[in-house]
Design a protein. Structure first.
Length: 365
């Protein structure tokens, strides 16, 4: 081999173009590819066990296949209810959405896929028998240190509630908070105590639960957002809101009295709703009758006045005739409804001066 190199000007590739070795000016022949490959194999042979190059090609092929498998191992799938969290040498890099994704294979990067649509539940003030480890006969065990809270009017209320939450950002959820369950529990208890401390006990026990749940949910969410927890509160649900067991009977008596008061108020309101419209109707009827009577009296008075004026005008024209006519008309009205007996004072002797008008009228009828 050394002789070959010498014959080619000391180089395995031959003499350079235009070299002065042969003086003919012709270019040397191109290098032999098979010879080059053979030389590379001889070089690799030195590093192989046994000094044989016969197994070099399979090993190289194997290395290529292993490299391909390693590169392909970076493919991963995120299910619809999951979110991918990519770590590079253990440090959080990014989050990925559902579908087929790729990351630099192990050991450079790794992926976690927590469930982000699963609804988690945290109970405050009580535990189920399965969680508490002992039975109470009612299926749940009360936790007084969590459930007893002071109201705004200095009463004590025993309130149990549940908080439902999901993972909103898997990266923050895994690396921003150390104990997600404990964080949600502490934030929920703090928020509920704040809301209860601003409310009177009566709304808490009756119609105010819905507004308390909404306000508590908003406060819990704001606390968790400050922590960058990656948690979303979906619902706060009140399970029980009662006075303490020691005074619950007295509170029930008060509630019964309030119910009786409300019933009496409703009955009185119903009676008022019945009587007042009828009274207003009667009043309107009386007003309308008075208005009609007024119009009748005024019209009659105006008619009498017009008649008097007309009579006076006739009287002014013929006083005697008018006086006599008025006298006769008046007497006609006066004597119309009384029994009348006519006696003729000029009747002769032997003749009874009596005319029975009533009997004559009856016989005629």
């Amino acid at each position: 081999m050394v002789d070959d190199f010498k014959g080619r000007g000391g180089s395995p590739w031959g003499s350079p173009p235009g070299g002065g070795g042969n003086g003919s000016g012709r270019r040397p022949p191109p290098p032999d590819i098979d010879e080059i490959i053979s030389k590379i194999q001889d070089t690799i042979k030195k590093f192989l066990p046994g000094g044989s190059a016969s197994g070099g090609k399979p090993i190289i092929l194997g290395l290529i296949i292993l490299a391909f498998i390693w590169i392909a191992s970076g493919l991963y799938r995120v299910l619809p209810d999951e979110q991918g969290v990519v770590l590079r040498f253990g440090k959080f890099v990014k989050t990925t959405q559902p579908g087929l994704n790729y990351h630099i294979p192990f050991p450079v990067e790794s992926v976690q896929t927590p469930k982000v649509t699963k609804v988690n539940r945290m109970d405050i003030g009580f535990r189920s028998e399965r969680d508490s480890g002992f039975t109470t006969g009612g299926g749940v065990a009360d936790v007084p240190e969590e459930s007893l809270m002071l109201t705004g009017d200095e009463n004590i209320v025993n309130i149990d509630f549940s908080v439902f939450w999901v993972i909103k950002d898997a990266g923050k959820f895994l690396f921003k908070i150390q104990d997600p369950q404990g964080t949600v529990k502490a934030a929920a208890e703090t928020a509920m105590r704040e809301v209860i401390a601003k409310s009177a006990i009566q709304p808490i026990l009756t119609e105010g639960r819905a507004s308390i749940e909404i306000e508590t949910q908003e406060i819990i969410q704001s606390i968790l957002d400050e922590y960058n927890s990656g948690i979303e509160i979906t619902q706060v649900q009140t399970q029980k809101a009662d006075p303490p067991d020691q005074v619950i009977d007295a509170f029930r008596d008060v509630q019964a009295a309030r119910a009786d008061m409300e019933r009496s108020k409703n009955e009185a309101q119903a009676y008022a709703n019945d009587v007042i419209p009828r009274a207003r109707g009667e009043a309107q009827k009386i007003l309308q009758a008075a208005e009609a009577y007024k119009k009748e009296v005024v019209a009659k008075a105006e008619g009498e006045a017009s008649r008097f004026v007309a009579i006076y005008n006739e009287y002014a024209k013929a006083k005697e005739v008018t006086k006599k006519r008025m006298h006769l008309e008046t007497m006609e009205k006066v004597l119309a409804d009384i029994n009348k007996i006519i006696i003729d004072k000029n009747a002769g002797s032997g003749v009874v001066p009596y005319l029975p008008l009533k009997e004559l009228q009856t016989g005629t009828n």
